[in-house]
Design a protein. Structure first.
Length: 254
C-alpha cells in the first residue's frame, strides 16, 4: 500500500486506533472517509478535522453496510483502500454456565462478520481499481492468547487466517491484502487499558505504523516492534513461556 495518493474508507473510526490512523493517513496525503454509528460524533470529527469525509455505518447490520458502501462508492468512485477497523473486546468467563454467550456472539458479529460483510460489499469495486488494498486488523492476541478474552482472541485469529486466504485468492488481481497487527495500545478497548503500563501509547503506535507502511509499501503485515513478542512466540520456540508471560503481566492485552 502506498502511503499517499489513496482514497481510503475506514469504518469504525470515530475513536481509538481507527480515528488516529485515519487522521494520520489524511496528513500523509490521502482522501479519507470515516464511518461510525453516531452521526453527532461524525459531525463533530468533520468539523474539527477539515477534509475528513464521513458516512453513517453500523458494521453489525448487513443493510447499513450495503447502504454505506453504495454511498461511499457513489461519492468517491476513486476509492481504492478499505480498512476494516471496527472491533470490540470483552472479558469473559467460560467456566460459568451462563453470562458469556450473548457477549461472545456479539464479538463474533462485530469482529468477524463485520469485516467479512465489509469486504463483500466493496470487493467488486476494489477489483475495478488499478491498485487497491484491503487492510484487515487482527491483534497480537491472534497469536498468543489472553485468558480473559477468549472470543476476542478467536475472532482475531480468524481475521489473520481470512487475510492469508484472501491474499491467495486475490493474487492475480489488483487487490492486495494487508494485515495490521496491533499490540496492546492505550485506548478504551477495555476498561483501564488507556491507563495500563503495558499498553503502547497511541501516538507512538500510529507513528510507527505509518512509518512501516511508508518504508515497505509491499508489506503483507504491519508489525510494530512491540507486537513481535506475541506474533513470533511459536516461531521462536517459546510459545508456552510467551503465553505465561502475557497472562501474568498484561491484564489488558490486545
Amino acid at each position: 500500500m502506498n502511503i499517499s495518493g489513496n482514497t481510503i474508507f475506514v469504518p469504525g473510526a470515530t475513536s481509538g486506533i481507527g480515528l488516529a490512523l485515519a487522521l494520520a493517513l489524511q496528513n500523509a496525503g490521502n482522501t479519507v472517509i470515516i464511518g461510525g454509528r453516531r452521526t453527532e460524533l461524525l459531525d463533530q470529527i468533520a468539523a474539527t478535522h477539515p477534509g475528513i469525509h464521513t458516512v453513517h455505518i453500523d458494521t453489525t447490520s448487513v443493510a447499513s453496510i450495503q447502504q454505506a458502501a453504495t454511498a461511499v462508492i457513489d461519492a468517491h468512485p476513486e476509492l481504492n483502500v478499505l480498512i476494516a477497523m471496527a472491533g470490540i473486546m470483552r472479558v469473559e468467563d467460560w467456566t460459568r454456565p451462563s453470562g458469556f454467550l450473548d457477549s461472545a456472539e456479539e464479538i463474533v458479529v462485530t469482529n468477524l462478520l463485520g469485516p467479512i460483510r465489509l469486504i463483500g460489499a466493496f470487493v467488486e469495486h476494489l477489483q475495478s481499481r488499478p491498485d487497491a488494498t484491503i487492510m484487515t486488523v487482527s491483534s497480537g492476541l491472534a497469536f498468543t492468547p489472553l485468558m480473559a478474552t477468549p472470543t476476542y482472541n478467536a475472532t482475531k485469529a480468524a481475521i489473520h487466517m481470512l487475510t492469508e486466504s484472501l491474499r491467495l485468492q486475490f493474487a492475480e488481481t489488483s487487490v492486495r491484502m494487508l494485515e495490521l497487527v496491533p499490540p496492546s495500545v492505550a485506548t478504551d478497548l477495555l476498561p483501564g487499558q488507556r491507563e495500563s503500563a503495558f499498553a503502547m501509547p497511541l501516538d507512538e503506535f500510529i507513528t510507527e505504523t505509518v512509518a512501516l507502511i511508508h518504508e515497505n509499501p509491499d508489506a503483507e503485515e504491519i508489525l510494530v516492534e512491540r507486537v513481535k513478542f506475541l506474533r513470533f512466540g511459536e516461531a521462536r520456540g517459546d510459545y508456552k513461556q510467551t503465553v505465561a508471560a502475557v497472562n501474568s503481566l498484561d491484564p489488558h492485552g490486545k
